[in-house]
Design a protein around this ligand. Sequence first.
Ligand SMILES: [Zn+2]
Length: 144
Amino acid sequence: MMHITRKHEISTAHRIYEHSGKCERLHGHNYTILLTLSAHKLDHLGMILDFGEVKRLLFGALDEAWDHRTLLYDIDPLVEQLTVLKDDDSLVAVPFNPTAENMAAYLGTTFFPRILEENNVDKDVFVSSVTVFETEKSYATWEK
Ligand SMILES: [Zn+2]
């Protein structure tokens, strides 16, 4: 088994719905995302997937979806209250409370696999790990 990892950064606002501390306030992070792709065999060039393609396809889609936007849990009442943010697609209602753990799991199980499939990337290539750094010192990892 071979693995490649690429790092990417996005800036995103969120709040943790029903958190009893300061994380319930709307705030933002400069998130660092580590994405690991794995495969049992390499392509004819000796690659799993060109790092440039990882950036363009997978992180391009992530930029479009989450960068400089506000992530809120879809049951959070703020979703209905912040209608002005919905008008320009600044607000993204996600089906999970946007903790680093849930973001990593969603990216690993749903978001990145869908982008691989939509772009007809070799079926042997799969997402094996996603780490979401909320700060330099605090991060969560999803692993297949
Ligand atoms: Zn936060």
